[in-house]
Design a protein around this ligand. Structure first.
Ligand code: ADP
Length: 477
């Protein structure tokens, strides 16, 4: 497979360099070739998105919804094919990847129905014979810059609400997710979307991403990726007065109190830490355990970790696959070496794979202070660090002592402390006896502090981002 851009309804080859994509589960397998684009090509895409805007925003929400339903149906038809390709491109186990495609289908259908949802408020006027009300208007052309870790669900949770609100889209996927992005657009083509409504531009963040943010005539930017990139894009958008949304890093924690039911708590904690090889913004990378249950917790964790199998993403039984890229592999090896040197290892998987790939063995460490790099930095890999605390208050202090505020969970049977936790955690998504990852599509997604620009994705909240409220008043007396 060789990628092409989808610009103004046409498939055009990138005019930049070509990158060969190897399967991170088995580097002897070539998955395809990505051809990067030039800024000129991105500029043509921006023109196409503008030209498509008038028609797209003028058709009814019902009609736009029909296109989204058709996109969902096309995706359903190619479900396994797309999941297989994405697994090969970035190493997420096939079962999980299929779940991600299902999420994409659900998102498209959810937002399709928003096309006919009642919306706006009637606001009584102080004057007689005046009808005053609000309605949503689209923003215009929206740029989407997406990461590789959810190569299907994240782009869809941005483009579906953007499209249903009447915006047109310029989408630049991550380099490591571009084969999947290209395939996804070939599937969406089957839905018969009008040309220029959704444009795919494959390219480098520093070139195409920068052009879209700094130069293209866009009215909104939705970005998911690293905190450093997100903060710099936010600055550019603020200067241009462009509406922006940046979903960035996390250092998510599971807090385990003395009264937690370990049998029920361990599966979601381990899943949060090691599914997708820990490469989720909402992955559990800190585990804060109250001292009364600490020893029991460690014993139970070691036992449960024996079920966490590292293997080829397409082989049944692999709990986690490799990390996605050489860059990730190198970074994780640095963190693993740091843990080996400065922490105490609680558990290290002994799994051996026969493949040459970017495999990082799941590791659980302890014995570092809460200001240590392992407990503060987003590692984005299969590494969890445990800290013992004397009580709930210390747990909360440590929980909140981070720059991030994306997701956290508490494991307890104490209703009072569970509710206190939901108030005390300076975190956007807070949960009780549930995994830190896996927020449902109909619920708002987003963080506090340096994790996000404080807007929300998914659910009804996404409609607020992709539209602007107009206040209308009609005098009929
Ligand atoms: P990650 O570390 O998860 O790869 P990045 O922030 O580097 O996170 O990348 C997320 C997305 O942002 C990707 O699509 C990437 O190409 C894009 N990107 C990276 N750097 C820039 C930049 N300077 N300007 C715009 N987009 C960028």
């Amino acid at each position: 497979m060789e990628t092409k851009n989808w610009i103004d309804g046409e498939w055009t080859k990138g005019k930049g360099n070509t990158i060969t994509v190897k399967n991170p589960s088995d580097l002897s397998e070539t998955v395809g070739e990505i051809t990067l684009s030039t800024v000129d090509q991105a500029s043509i895409a921006a023109d196409a998105a503008h030209a498509a805007l008038t028609t797209w925003k003028d058709i009814t929400g019902n009609e736009r919804g029909q296109y989204l339903y058709a996109m969902a149906n096309a995706l359903e038809k190619h479900h396994e094919e797309l999941a297989t390709l994405a697994s090969k491109e970035m190493g997420k186990p096939f079962g999980e990847m299929k779940g991600e495609v299902t999420r994409g289908i659900q998102l498209l259908r959810y937002y399709a129905s928003e096309g006919v949802r009642s919306d706006g408020d009637v606001i009584p006027s102080a004057a007689k014979n005046v009808l005053q009300y609000t309605k949503r208007a689209p923003l215009g052309v929206i740029a989407l810059i997406t990461p590789w870790n959810f190569p299907v669900a994240i782009p869809i949770w941005k483009l579906a609400p953007a499209l249903i609100c009447g915006n047109t889209v310029l989408w630049k996927p991550a380099e490591n997710g571009s084969l999947t992005a290209y395939k996804l657009c070939t599937i969406f083509e089957e839905a018969g979307l009008p040309k220029g409504v959704l444009n795919l531009i494959i390219g480098k963040g520093r070139e195409i991403g920068t052009f879209l943010t700094e130069k293209a005539d866009i009215k909104g930017l939705s970005f998911t990726g690293s905190t450093s990139t997100g903060l710099s894009l936010a600055e550019v958008c603020a200067k241009r007065n462009i509406k922006y949304q940046t979903e960035m890093g996390g250092k998510n924690a599971a807090v385990v109190l003395n009264d937690a039911d370990l049998q029920k708590s361990l599966p979601p904690i381990i899943s949060g830490a090691f599914r997708s090889a820990g490469q989720k913004c909402t992955a559990t990378s800190r585990i804060i355990v109250e001292e009364g249950i600490y020893d029991q917790f460690i014993d139970a964790l070691k036992e449960e970790m024996e079920n966490v199998k590292l293997g080829h993403a397409l082989e049944a039984g692999s709990y986690l696959g490799p990390v996605a890229s050489l860059e990730q592999f190198k970074k994780m090896n640095r963190y693993i070496a740091l843990a080996q040197k400065e922490a105490e290892i609680v558990y290290e998987s002994k799994d051996q794979t026969t493949y040459d790939g970017y495999y990082i063995k799941p590791l659980v460490a302890t014995g570092v202070s809460s200001n240590h790099a392992l407990f503060q930095e987003e590692t984005f890999g299969p590494l969890a660090v445990i800290i013992k605390v004397k009580d709930y208050d210390e747990a909360i202090d440590i929980l909140n002592d981070t720059d991030y505020g994306l997701s956290a969970s508490i494991f307890t049977n104490d209703l009072h402390r569970a509710h206190r936790f939901l108030d005390d955690a300076e975190i956007g998504m807070v949960r009780v006896n549930q995994e830190t990852a896996g927020v449902e599509y109909q619920a708002p997604f987003g963080g506090m502090k340096q994790s996000s620009s404080h807007t929300r994705e998914q659910g009804q909240a996404a409609l607020d981002f992709y539209s602007i409220i107009k206040t209308c008043a009609v005098h009929y007396g």
